[in-house]
Design a protein around this ligand. Sequence first.
Ligand code: FES
Length: 132
Amino acid sequence: MKRREFLKTACLASACLLSACKSTIQHVQSTRQGNKLVAEKTLFNTKTTVAIAHEGYSIGIVKLDNNNFAASKLICSHRGCAVTPNENGFICPCHGARFDKLGQVTKGPAEENLVSYITSTDQQFVYIQLSE
Ligand code: FES
């Protein structure tokens, strides 16, 4: 294999690997109603975590079924790194902690769950109750 062909093949393989590692997170806009963040229900599906920016961090919302959603602050409870979604929940890139879709610790070194938020829904919207 010539050098040029090798480089082309290596680049294509790298691009494939990168696309496979692509995060399954979708950043969406929300509106604020009092002490709640509100997002359109149609933005959610069961395969993608939706992230809403809120005061310098993100809240990840997972659709469990049509009327049940789990919302977690995407900040690791170990030392504060931003966690990212994976197929089973969330993973922290800093020291490898893992959390399920409800934000509960499944692997250390984190010992505490992600901060969670109460959610509710109606026909059209998902509401995330802010604690502050
Ligand atoms: Fe997340 Fe350490 S900061 S595991």
